[in-house]
Ligand binder design. Structure first.
Ligand SMILES: C[S@@+](CC[C@H](N)C(=O)[O-])C[C@H]1O[C@@H](n2cnc3c(N)ncnc32)[C@H](O)[C@@H]1O
Length: 411
């Protein structure tokens, strides 16, 4: 316990953390902060501190999931926020492996091996997460089931509004014309494809590896009476054929893995018309290449990796795709996750009934951890627009604002 006490004593400077050990000893760290309520945790047995010291994120996550790390005052989001705030990225906290060149090199090597997602592995990885049951996703996502960073034109906006605005923000960057053919790589439950068809009169092919998503997406297209123009297929991005005027990929690149980045862009380039436009929307990291934490890999997104901008651009440059516009969404995913986390907490009883208490705690740890990573850690969301020909788009960015305003008016 002494080592943990020393560690927490150094780390927690702002805000209050109270730790009650298994033997009833109470230790207080930090000082009152009007922005952050005090968090009190109880360690149910003597091994918890040891497990956390040995493997901080995984040890804490598993102790929390197993009910051995109990939060008696506050919640898991508050605990992670307190820890992240004190070690925040801007002050040099987080992503520490990246500071040491040897660790960084080994971490990158391991990441490259871990994220070697061949087709069968990609299918297993996707099923692990997205085939958990549509009901779960209904409980915490917006009504359109957008499972990616929303766009808050005002931080107070509802999640529904922000997800609609995200679709308009992306559609504007695609510079769509009626009748064009659009490919949506990683289409989820079909919301973006249906939206693009509705607001821009385009034909869309959406591809996913999730059976549950495919079924829902097709049902939605049929219900909207556009099944002839908005099609969905269960196809790996590697196996898509044809030529498309536009390609959009939202929240899917995180599943590709660094060893496949060049091939991903090569494939996209071969599918994109010579005067085509592509928009890639992906979680990213702001501090250069890194690794995926063990909790995320083991329990949430096996094979997942959030890319650094340098990794994305190095790969896309190597196949001569021109990055015509790059935007870093710095705060939007933290806001999105706050909504997802609050909805999950509000749906606790339903989630426990569908799965169990341990699953519920795992899910809240996942969302709270991600929120901390976007609010105080090194994560952000990138939107990168690509073209093959430098003359494809207007010479200035003015068209974006005009198009976005027109799209927003369509709702
Ligand atoms: C986080 S979801 C995003 C869904 C949707 N674009 C959205 O924003 O709500 C990731 C999507 O990528 C798809 N995906 C992952 N790996 C894929 C692959 N190798 N080929 C095609 N789709 C893939 C998943 O099936 C899922 O639909």
């Amino acid at each position: 316990m002494a080592a943990i006490d020393r560690f927490l004593g150094k780390l927690i400077r702002e805000g209050e953390l109270r730790v009650i050990s298994a033997d009833g000893r109470v230790a207080d760290f930090g000082k009152p902060d009007p922005q952050r309520p005090r968090i009190t945790i109880r360690l149910a047995d003597a091994r918890v501190a040891f497990d956390i010291a040995r493997h901080p994120r995984l040890g804490a996550a598993e102790a929390f999931m197993d009910g051995r790390l109990l939060i008696e005052e506050g919640d898991i989001a508050g605990l992670i926020d307190l820890i992240r705030f004190n070690g925040r990225w801007e002050r040099g906290g987080g992503n520490l492996a990246a500071k040491n060149p040897i660790k960084r090199h080994l971490g990158n090597l391991r990441a490259r091996l871990d994220r070697l997602n061949w087709e069968a592995k990609s299918r297993r990885n996707v099923a692990h997460h997205y085939d958990l049951g549509n009901r779960l996703y209904d409980l915490f996502l917006d009504a359109d089931r957008q499972y990616s960073c929303a766009y808050f034109t005002d931080p107070a906006n509802s999640l529904e509004q922000a997800q609609t605005d995200k679709k308009a923000h992306i559609a504007a960057k695609l510079d769509l014309k009626p009748g064009q053919r659009v490919l949506d790589i990683g289409c989820g439950w079909g919301g973006m494809a249906l939206y693009l068809n509705r607001v821009a009169d385009v034909d869309v092919l959406g591809v996913t590896l999730s059976e549950e998503q495919l079924k829902t997406a097709r049902e939605r297209a049929a219900a909207a009476g556009v099944a002839d123009r908005v099609k969905f297929e269960l196809i790996d991005y590697r196996n898509v054929t044809g030529t498309f005027d536009r390609i959009v990929s939202v929240g899917m690149f995180e599943h590709v893995g660094p060893p496949r980045y060049r091939n991903f862009f090569l494939k996209c380039r071969s599918l994109l018309a010579e005067d085509g436009v592509m928009l890639l929307h992906t979680i990213g990291r702001m501090g250069g290449p890194g690794t995926t934490d063990a909790f995320t890999t083991r329990y949430i997104f096996p094979g997942g990796y959030n890319p650094a901008l340098s990794e994305i651009i190095a790969a896309s440059e190597s196949v001569k795709l021109i990055a015509s516009d790059v935007e870093t969404l710095r705060l939007h995913y933290g806001l999105t996750l706050r909504h997802w986390y609050d909805r999950t907490v509000a749906a606790r009883d339903a989630i426990v009934a569908m799965y169990d208490e341990r699953f519920y705690r795992m899910w809240t740890f996942y969302l709270a951890g991600a929120m901390g990573a976007f609010n105080q850690g090194g994560m952000c969301n990138y939107q990168i627009q690509y073209i093959r020909n430098r003359r494809t788009l207007p010479i200035t960015r003015d068209y974006l604002a005009d198009a976005e305003a027109a799209l927003r008016a369509k709702g």
